[in-house]
Design a protein around this ligand. Structure first.
Ligand code: PFF
Length: 442
């Protein structure tokens, strides 16, 4: 018997765990603030719900209908075609992404350890501290490997007893913790400027780039294009509601992103620092701030805990794509599949981890390994996989089959909605993804 998720809540936390990740913390708040605040949120919500959600549901439908791994799923649904290539792209995308995601996950453990032992850098020395964390080979490899090993440990226990069990504990804690940090942040004197930055609607800041940025962010944040939703979908029971589950995932992901904004930006502005994004914001700017606020030591522990949980629940979903593939296509036991997939990732993670130090001069296409994997997954593999999934669902799979899956074999009556979703997938989604891809390349 194939393992599966036991409860609806289990499916939801696993999917939300995949969606909520570093992207919500290091990019969304900055994008929101620099693209017109509330104006950006409106655009983002429209794009998430009208476009990205149907794409996500397509992956979900393929996985749940076929009840097998990413590569075989397409073969099951279209035995004569060569659509299995989509699954291969998905597996490659997830492996490429996890290779550098684990490195950043490693930094979160490094900082968590330092915050628990109250040995984070003092104000002014954060930059040097981060440079040392990134470039010292022993230190970065140690934490990267620990992060990967923890990911693998959860997967060893399987879907129900591993992923479902642990994400059920981690996700509520994640929300609770970010709320505590947000409250601390907005109650700092001078935090108003940060709230202004985040929410003040300013339509004059909305440009064509705003739409592209919002779309790219929505795509990445909802974990589309790595076959993770497909793989999780394949473990979901036939009576779960796909539209509802996917919508709830998108709602929690967006809600968390806004909470992340509240946790970060008011504090940044309260100290008169100009807003930024990326690792520099999380690992340099924020430690500086924690050093200056009352109770900052505890906030730091909570914050790096949030980063760690957000990162690991995403990496769990990424590694499971490869694990499920190995179990079913190479007839491995789960244990061997987890070991083999982690072994491959270990090698790739090592290259990415050393990119900040000893391998920093090794360049491929002008990029370090870390940047290369980032670029290949975000600009090529993910959009390509996403594009082919919607083309497959919109043009190859019959509309009846799609509607049948969304309506749980006709038991849910909302045909008009299901048909609309289908037509978005068929006509609009491919064009939009192609646009993101082309602009990503430019
Ligand atoms: N959604 C994650 C984030 O926002 O950080 C990243 C991600 C995880 C993308 C899993 C794709 C994926 F399959």
């Amino acid at each position: 018997m194939r393992d599966n998720f036991n409860t609806s809540f289990g499916v939801l936390v696993a999917m939300a765990g995949s969606a909520i990740g570093l992207g919500n913390l290091w990019r969304f708040p900055y994008l929101m603030g620099t693209n017109g605040g509330a104006a950006f949120i409106i655009i983002y919500l429209v794009l998430v719900f009208l476009l990205c959600l149907p794409i996500m549901m397509s992956e979900f439908v393929v996985g749940r209908r076929a009840q097998t791994n990413a590569v075989r799923a397409f073969k099951v649904l279209s035995p004569k075609g060569r659509w299995g290539i989509i699954g291969i792209l998905g597996v490659l995308a997830s492996v490429a992404l996890i290779s550098f995601y684990c490195v950043v996950g490693g930094w979160t453990i490094d900082y968590l350890v330092h915050s628990v032992t109250f040995s984070l850098p003092d104000r002014g020395s954060s930059e040097g501290f981060f440079a040392a964390a990134v470039s010292s080979p022993g230190r970065t490899l140690l934490y990267t490997y620990i992060f990967l090993a923890l990911t693998a440990l959860v997967l060893l226990a399987g879907i129900k007893d591993g992923i479902e069990r642990y994400t059920k504990i981690m996700m509520p804690l994640l929300f609770l913790t970010i709320i505590i940090i947000a409250v601390r942040s907005v109650t700092l004197p001078g935090s108003g400027a940060g709230l202004d930055f985040l929410f003040n609607p300013d339509f004059s800041k909305v440009t064509a780039n705003t739409f592209l940025d919002a779309l790219g962010q929505a795509f990445f944040s909802l974990s589309i294009g790595c076959a993770t939703i497909l793989t999780y979908g394949s473990y979901v029971k036939k009576n779960e509601k796909i539209v509802k589950m996917s919508s709830l995932t998108a709602i929690s992901d967006t809600f968390f992103a806004i909470l992340a904004g509240l946790a970060i930006m008011p504090a940044v502005f309260a100290f008169g620092i100009s807003p930024s994004e990326g690792p520099g914001l999380l690992f340099v700017v924020l430690p500086d701030i924690f050093d200056q606020i009352a109770g900052g030591g505890i906030v730091a522990v909570l914050f790096f805990f949030v980063l760690f949980i957000a990162a690991i629940t995403s990496s769990i979903s990424l590694l499971e794509v490869f694990v499920t593939f190995l179990i079913e296509e190479c007839r491995m036991k789960r244990r061997s599949a987890v070991l083999a997939s982690s072994g491959v990732c270990l090698v790739l993670c090592t290259l990415c981890a050393l990119s900040g130090g000893v391998l920093s001069d090794v360049r491929i296409l002008g990029r370090t390994f870390f940047d290369l994997f980032d670029m290949v997954s975000a600009n090529f593999l993910m959009p390509m996989c996403g594009l082919l999934v919607v083309v497959f669902v919109g043009w190859k799979m019959k509309r009846e089959a799609f509607v049948d899956e969304l309506s749980n074999g006709g038991t849910l009556k909302n045909r008009a909605l299901y048909n609309t979703i289908f037509y978005i997938v068929r006509y609009i989604a491919p064009i939009v993804i192609a646009v993101i891809m082309v602009f990503g390349w430019l």
